[in-house]
Design a protein around this ligand. Structure first.
Ligand SMILES: Cc1cc2nc3c(=O)[nH]c(=O)nc-3n(C[C@H](O)[C@H](O)[C@H](O)COP(=O)(O)OP(=O)(O)OC[C@H]3O[C@@H](n4cnc5c(N)ncnc54)[C@H](O)[C@@H]3O)c2cc1C
Length: 670
């Protein structure tokens, strides 16, 4: 899913070309027509639009994205699409009429040829362009074109005309999505640069969290939009083209609006560049009509693309069919303990508590199926951490038992007074010869009542900065002095308070250096940030679609809109997760990628649960177990449960700060 070497070279070449040739001054100078003839000649010399005939859509998306990044006042996307539709490039500027009757044709003010679907005919109309455009939001060279005037050639008629035009529209959607992602990135860069410089209250405004978080959200949307645009370019699936276009349109508007806002009053002054982005973000999104109407098409196309064939998917599905029985599901629901020993051991027998069990396809299928994975989740992340920073003895004794499904390990990080500020832990570990004596209290020690060990964060030094006085231990849960007390939750899950009353642990239970616990935590926390909620969102979507199809609600455009919106989020979440998984094999931990995946998928799950519950209407409140509860009450349950996904494994605000500070390079706010 990454770009090839050739594509990266293409990206570098066009990025540097547009950076020098499509400067903000040139963009301004091209207004109000929105066309720079000199730049167009240079772009032609570089092979646009003729490269459209030979190159694949991904290469073209690279060009469109770089053009969008610099708001290049040349019709790169339209000319490429029209050239592909015509199958020839003769040096004249061709464009495509997106809407019927030649109304407000993009690049219509400057194009010599317009390709259009005119009734049952796909035609090309050659006539002199007006060279003037009506005043418009994006300063774009749009114009009405008379499809009956000039030299009109019919390319093809009937069904084939419709099919070819629809295919071209999909290409336009994909390339416009890429251009919008470029625009969004450009707007974000302008905003980020501004907030690093601008000072108020004696500090750069980029250190204010309200500013950081809005830009962090925009950055996440830009990355998600980019992944989706390239996925759509790669796959040529119509549903992905629609998704990419509608998501990129929103991302561009969000990034441009956020960057405009952080400029304060100056953003409204014409000499600042951000207004150039803000106007075009909306205008480009509207070229084919209300982008939100794509949701109706996404619904008509079945909401989600087919999963690419993968034998592992079939294997996981067969496994789920055998082991995730009705009894397991009901028991987990009734007890709130999101773990089942039978199911867990079956996972171990497949080897899925290690190695392949971390494969995104396997994880995706298991979470989609609603498998109880809390115990395997925490245990596997501890195993991975021990593999990296544990002792030989821990790797030899504990890790194989985790992989073998014999034991669980729970996480003892949070305390009554330290949650997000996890490094402020007070649970004390005091050295006593070869042993340590631990005393304190942990909150939310989920699965402590089923675990053989707790991965415990303790304070070993109070005389240094808080991050430098922590030590990690792997403490056996049967150690004398540990007490576990159950706590119920809004979502029905059971968690625990755990007390440590002078618990004696050998020094061999220590993980990492004395006072070096924060380094261990950094690894463990990075492993914990996962897009786990995405499978749950997908499951909700499938259930809600099934419900809507069964009772005819699916024909209601409002219902289709709600469902399609969730589908787009599911696809973006899947791609953010796949990116995280692909980076996980590289030496540097994918910190920002993990935060983006966790933030986006958990918030999308929360939005989906609430929105799909609305779809069910008044009966939606009926809970699992009530005979007439729609979707067996699972959406009601998800609505209660989803909120916590935005809290544990690092609350959304913490993820936004990580994205802003480590991803965008903004000054620290805490
Ligand atoms: C069901 C459940 C299971 C859990 N399981 C475990 C577990 O197994 N092991 C474990 O150790 N912990 C577990 N947790 C704890 C979880 O990790 C914490 O709840 C989480 O880190 C938030 O801490 P807190 O609850 O103390 O909230 P706080 O940190 O007090 O946060 C409250 C609010 O303030 C915001 N906030 C806090 N700091 C900042 C900041 N710097 N900037 C902006 N906003 C901020 C937060 O985003 C949040 O909205 C679990 C929690 C729940 C609810």
């Amino acid at each position: 899913m990454e770009l090839t070497e050739e594509q990266l070279a293409l990206q570098r070449a066009f990025a540097s070309f547009f950076a020098t040739e499509a400067t903000p001054e040139r963009v301004r100078a091209a207004e109000p027509l929105g066309f720079d003839g000199l730049l167009w000649s240079r772009v032609q010399e570089l092979g646009v639009p003729s490269m459209g005939l030979a190159a694949g859509l991904v290469d073209l998306a690279v060009v469109a994205e770089t053009a969008g990044r610099h708001l290049a006042p040349v019709p790169v996307v339209e000319s490429l699409v029209a050239t592909r539709l015509l199958g020839t490039a003769d040096g004249t500027l061709a464009t495509i009429s997106l809407r019927p009757a030649g109304r407000l044709v993009p690049a219509g003010a400057v194009a010599d040829a317009v390709v259009a679907l005119d009734g049952e005919e796909l035609v090309v109309v050659r006539s002199p362009p007006p060279r003037t455009a009506p005043a418009n939001l994006g300063s774009a060279p749009v114009a009405d074109r008379d499809l009956g005037a000039g030299e009109r050639t019919v390319l093809v008629r009937g069904e084939e005309a419709h099919e070819r035009f629809e295919r071209a529209l999909d290409e336009w959607r994909v390339l416009t999505a890429a251009a919008l992602v470029g625009l969004a990135q450009g707007a974000l860069d302008v905003g980020v640069a501004y907030v690093k410089e601008r000072r108020q209250f004696g500090v750069p405004i980029g250190s204010f969290q309200a500013v950081q978080h809005r830009l962090g959200d925009a950055a996440t949307a830009v990355d998600g939009g980019r992944l989706l645009a390239y996925e759509a370019a790669r796959s040529a699936e119509p549903v992905l083209a629609s998704m990419a276009y509608v998501f990129a349109a929103e991302a561009a508007q969000e990034a441009a609006a956020a960057s405009l806002h952080v400029h304060g009053g100056y953003g409204f002054m014409l000499e600042y560049d951000i207004q150039l982005f803000f106007r075009r973000a909306k205008a480009w999104s509207l070229a084919a009509g209300d982008p939100r109407l794509e949701h109706q098409r996404i619904a008509a196309l079945g909401f989600l693309p087919e999963d690419p064939p993968d034998p592992r998917r079939d294997e996981v599905r067969a496994f789920v069919a055998e082991h995730l029985t009705h009894e397991v599901v009901e028991r987990v629901h009734a007890t709130g303990t999101v773990h089942d020993w039978g199911f867990h051991r079956a996972l171990a027998a497949k080897g899925w508590l290690q190695g392949e069990g971390r494969d995104p396809v396997v994880v995706d299928e298991l979470t989609r199926a609603g498998a109880p994975m809390d115990g395997s989740g925490t245990s596997m992340l501890v195993a991975r951490t021990l593999e990296l920073v544990g002792t030989d003895a821990q790797r030899a004794e504990v890790v194989p038992r985790i992989h073998g499904g014999e034991i669980l390990v729970c996480l003892g990080y949070s305390e009554p007074d330290s949650g997000s500020d996890v490094a402020a832990a007070k649970t004390r570990a005091r050295r006593d010869g070869d042993e340590w004596v631990v005393s304190g209290q942990k909150m939310f020690t989920t699965l402590a009542h089923e675990s053989a060990y707790v991965f415990l964060l303790t304070r070993t030094n109070t005389g240094v900065a808080k991050h430098r006085g922590l030590t990690m231990f792997l403490v056996p849960m049967d150690s004398p002095g540990i007490e576990v007390r159950a706590m119920g939750s809004l979502g029905g899950e059971r968690t625990n308070v755990t007390f440590y009353n002078d618990v004696r642990v050998p020094d061999t239970a220590r993980v990492g250096e004395v006072d070096g616990g924060w380094d261990v935590m950094a690894v463990a926390l990075a492993f914990e940030r996962q897009p786990a909620a995405n499978g749950e969102t997908r499951r909700l979507l499938e259930r809600a679609v099934g419900w809507a199809r069964e009772n005819g609600t699916i024909d209601d455009p409002v219902a289709r809109d709600r469902l399609a919106r969730v589908a787009v989020d599911v696809e973006v979440g899947r791609l953010l997760g796949a990116r995280l998984a692909s980076r996980a094999t590289q030496p540097a931990l994918p910190i920002v990628e993990g935060s983006m995946a966790k933030l986006f998928t958990s918030e999308a799950f929360q939005r989906a649960a609430s929105d799909l519950l609305d779809l069910l209407g008044a009966e939606g409140v009926l809970q699992h177990g009530e005979a007439d509860a729609p979707v067996e009450g699972w959406i009601e349950h998800a609505h209660r449960h989803a909120a916590v996904m935005t809290i544990y494994a690092g609350a959304s605000e913490i993820q936004r700060s990580i994205i802003a500070e480590r991803g965008l390079g903004l000054p620290r706010s805490r």
